[in-house]
Design a protein around this ligand. Structure first.
Ligand code: TRP
Length: 339
């Protein structure tokens, strides 16, 4: 029996995702996630948040952290998320997230949290600071999600396990107290490009790579972008062809396809008989032109903090209204006394 409560006010499906304000995203984050969020805005009722509370599971420097929160919010706007279409907000500005986390933490099992691969990885990496927050991270993520009753949670493969746990928590809660939460599904995006490291194309492009040449940051200048592509690792064949064993070229072709909408076959034809030097420069140019308007808008927004703050405020008010309804319903069903 499907006992999932439906979203009464809407016939559009709802989607929610969040991004941590820990450093500027890469071209991979843009082509693999953020760009698809922009497209989703027209199909679904979307909410996107900056997950600043998640970021403090690792130590942050206060001044840098504050800047990163502004930057991530500005970047969401700069890539094309539109506060008229989507709910955009900062997690910490909506107190229900922290409150709901406690309710859900009491319905999340120690064993479940111990099995989370991200917890295992992060606690190995930061083994001088394995705090309760790092362990309880998935309960906070479940709160982010369940408060907004989304049908879909667009995430990358690395977050799928957390969404599965969210589903288990939601089902457990609904079974105990009646229908409180929509049980959401992870949403793996169709057009998501899987962008790989420019230095080791067997690995995913990552902003935390120690090798700066391995990734394109959305803030990289045209010169830097050109240089990084010119240094990209390829092979010794000098043939622009999508094939097994040509991870470097495959990656560059996929990036080029993603930013130009060209097909891989057409790209092969376009560069037939041309060397890698020419190809790399064309890919770099296409990426530079894709990022140019985003960077321009980002720079403009970062000059106007009061405007950013005003949009944050408007988002937080709307998010508070939605999240409060779910929180109060959960509290009431559990037997808390509401006044
Ligand atoms: N944990 C996610 C990440 O690191 C970010 C996140 C926090 C999130 N809350 C979320 C993603 C809710 C989707 C839904 O990428």
């Amino acid at each position: 029996m499907n006992t999932t409560p439906q979203n009464p006010e809407l016939n559009k499906k709802r989607a929610l995702s969040c991004i941590q304000p820990t450093g500027i995203p890469t071209l991979g984050n843009y082509l693999g996630a953020m760009r698809n969020w922009v497209a989703m805005q027209d199909e679904m009722d979307c909410a996107f948040a900056v997950a600043d509370l998640h970021a403090i599971t690792i130590r942050q420097n206060a001044d840098q952290f504050r800047r990163q929160i502004y930057e991530m919010f500005a970047l969401l706007l700069a890539v094309g998320l539109d506060p008229e279409k989507s709910l955009l907000f900062i997690q910490s500005q909506v107190p229900a997230h922290a409150e709901m986390t406690w309710l859900l933490a009491c319905h999340t099992q120690f064993g479940e949290l111990t099995r989370m691969t991200q917890f295992k990885d992060k606690s190995a990496k930061h083994n001088d600071n394995i705090n309760l927050g790092l362990f309880a991270y998935p309960s906070l993520m479940a709160a982010d999600i369940l408060l907004y009753q989304p049908n879909y949670v667009p995430v990358g493969a690395d977050q799928k396990q957390h969404v599965e746990l969210t589903r288990n928590i939601a089902e457990r809660f609904n079974n105990l107290y009646g229908n409180v939460f929509v049980v959401p599904e992870p949403y793996i995006m169709k057009n998501a490009a899987r962008v790989r490291s420019l230095q080791d194309p067997t690995k995913k492009m990552s902003k935390s790579d120690e090798n700066q040449n391995a990734f394109i940051s959305l803030k990289d200048s045209p010169d830097v972008i050109m240089r990084k592509f010119k240094r990209a690792v390829t092979d010794s064949e000098a043939c622009v062809k999508y094939a097994e064993g040509k991870d470097g070229i495959n990656n560059l072709m996929e990036i080029y396809a993603a930013v130009t909408d060209k097909k891989l076959d057409d790209i092969e034809a376009e560069f037939e008989g041309k060397g890698y030097g020419v190809f790399k420069a064309v890919v770099a140019e296409a990426v530079i032109e894709t990022l140019r308007p985003i960077q321009q808008k980002f720079d403009d927004l970062m000059k106007d903090k009061s405007y950013l703050k005003q949009l944050m405020k408007e988002g937080s008010i709307r998010a508070q209204a939605v999240s409060h309804r779910t929180l109060n319903n959960a509290l009431k069903k559990m037997g808390f006394v509401l006044v």
